[in-house]
Design a protein around this ligand. Sequence first.
Ligand SMILES: O=C(O)c1cc(=O)[nH]c(=O)n1[C@@H]1O[C@H](COP(=O)(O)O)[C@@H](O)[C@H]1O
Length: 224
Amino acid sequence: MRSPVYVALDTPDLARAKALATRVRHHVGGIKLGLEFFSAHGQAGVHAMAELGLPIFLDLKLHDIPNTVAKAVQALGALEPAILTVHASGGRAMLEDAKAAAPTGTKVIAVTMLTSLDASDLTATGIVGSAHDQVSRLTELAREAGVDGIVCSGAEVAAAKKIWPKGFFVVPGVRLPDGVVGDQKRVVTPRQALDAGASIIVVGRPITQAEDPDTAARAIGATL
Ligand SMILES: O=C(O)c1cc(=O)[nH]c(=O)n1[C@@H]1O[C@H](COP(=O)(O)O)[C@@H](O)[C@H]1O
């Protein structure tokens, strides 16, 4: 069975992204390319990474009016990513149009509340309620809009799965117990995330910034 770990290759350096992916390829189920990589290398960079033969999670977190997002998804369709992200807070029509514009083999996944935010950040943006409330509300919206799943933290995934038993749940913000948390605020361990119902987990710096990324990826895999 494929590993549920997707490694986030957050670098603008194509050679480094390739080298990292090559080193950890036997310990991960896929690679995630995000804004940092895509802003530097665009579709050509994604094609270059696809040569490694691992499933690609294209994490561009699209968030705009429905027409703009649908056209962007259409333009990305040639890449046929396994997973593509949009922001749930873009609203129902945007989510519906994103899904309609995506290739059939691409899972469109809605980001609910970034794992770098906590309750006080929500209040500061005018949103009333807890992280749990916000993720639940946006999970319901994503389900109704017909996308394939959501991104949330490991603290909310069990509640989200109750709302949407057939959803696909992506959990980033995972750290081993002694790991450096950095800018993440809602963090759980890889094991906790999977036990709570994550379909896949996203791991970036704990692997990519490790002295030996290969050993770090293997160590995470050993806890699952
Ligand atoms: O959509 C994501 O993947 C994502 C959503 C979220 O709420 N939080 C989050 O950290 N991510 C991504 O997951 C990765 C986490 O990286 P590390 O904190 O280095 O493990 C980054 O590439 C983020 O862009």
